[in-house]
Design a binder for this molecule. Structure first.
Ligand code: SF4
Length: 352
């Protein structure tokens, strides 16, 4: 079996952000990080089926807190890195010339910079450790290092963010000349510092309408500079869509390595190192429905062609999709409208 996509997870961060419930931790030692990377490098060397990868994605956490050279060596030995889309998520404080040079030498050709906001008060409340100016400087450093495919992440709906502050963040972000931008709506995850502060009444989350208005403003601002929405939370200049994520949404296999990684190979699912096996029908449903999130949408003709096992479900799916289309949540056959994007999870739940 040949696999096209590899995700590698790094659980190390400088500090835990106030909103973060991801598998990540602060306070690791250099020795821990070195041992972690060595284990990953060994796993890469032992993998079958990666001789011809198309995409590699290093996510976290903050991957660049680690010395990634052993992983780069392993990858170079096992696959044609130069022909891959190779993404690394980068914390703005890691965008140092020496680090960027190492990434470039390792074959990385796409940078996703975790900016989250360009309002210093918001960044401080998020516990991000960098200022807006430092984030902007980091993006410029990424460009100066020669990365021609680079973008940032933003979070909408932080407590107390006024529309004026959000518009300023968007204006500063779009002025950077982004190729890609992910805009996530803040989620109040249990047991985070954000959750605690909300429970104590120290922070007040915006209403759903206010958060959605920020997403809508982001969509318009990004469209103005040529970044079009191609998935619920993702915008890109044409040709700069993240190939790795597109592959996942199209239902392709991907190997997940590292503590917090998810993977999907055949009927096997990996989540944080634990493997489970799904039935062929569960597998097909998952792969088929993922595509609803993307601009390409959910084509029942494609589903019928790729996953014949789902044929008995298609009449009911068509009926459900037509219902949502009449509600204005879907268009064509079948893509989310902007309103539909806001309730995609409910639509998927209905189909499942
Ligand atoms: S840097 Fe990312 S992974 Fe680490 S705590 Fe912050 S949001 Fe979570």
């Amino acid at each position: 079996m040949k696999i096209d996509n590899l995700y590698v997870h790094f659980p190390f961060c400088r500090a835990k952000c106030a909103y973060c419930a991801l598998h990540s931790r602060a306070g690791s030692t250099a020795e821990t990080r070195r041992a972690y990377c060595e284990r990953l490098a060994e796993q890469i060397m032992a993998l079958d089926a990666i001789s011809n990868l198309s995409t590699i994605y290093f996510g976290g956490g903050s991957p660049a807190l680690c010395d990634l050279s052993s992983l780069f060596d392993a990858l170079r030995t096992r696959t044609a890195v130069a022909s891959c889309e190779f993404t690394v998520e980068l914390h703005p404080l890691d965008a140092q010339p020496r680090v960027l040079e190492q990434l470039k030498e390792g074959g990385v050709n796409r940078i996703s910079l975790g900016v989250q906001s360009l309002d210093d008060d918001v960044l401080k409340a998020m516990g991000r450790l960098h200022t807006a100016a430092e984030a902007e400087a980091a993006f410029r450093a990424v460009r100066a290092a020669g990365f021609t495919n680079a973008g940032i992440d933003l979070i909408a709906g932080w407590p107390g963010t006024t529309m004026e502050s959000w518009r300023t963040t968007l204006a500063r972000a779009t002025a950077l000349g982004l190729d890609h931008c992910s805009v996530y709506t803040l989620i109040r995850e249990p047991k985070t510092r954000l959750d605690l502060a909300v429970r104590r009444g120290e922070l007040v989350l915006p209403s759903d309408d206010a958060a959605l208005a920020q997403i809508d403003t982001a969509r318009a601002a990004l469209a103005e500079v040529g970044l079009m929405r191609y998935e619920i939370s993702n915008y890109a200049r044409p040709g700069f869509e993240c190939r790795h994520n597109l592959a996942v949404w199209r239902g392709e296999d991907y190997i997940g390595l590292g503590e917090g990684a998810h993977g999907r190979v055949g009927l096997v699912r990996t989540a944080s190192g634990v493997e489970t096996t799904v039935t062929p029908e569960e597998d097909a449903v998952e792969r088929a429905l993922f595509s609803l999130r993307s601009r390409e949408g959910l084509s029942l003709e494609r589903v019928a062609r790729l996953w014949p096992i789902l044929a008995p479900r298609l009449p009911a799916w068509r009926e459900t999709l037509e219902f949502f289309k009449r509600q204005g949540l879907l268009q064509d056959a079948y893509r989310l409208t902007p309103r539909g994007a806001e309730v995609c999870d409910s639509i998927l739940a209905e189909l499942v």
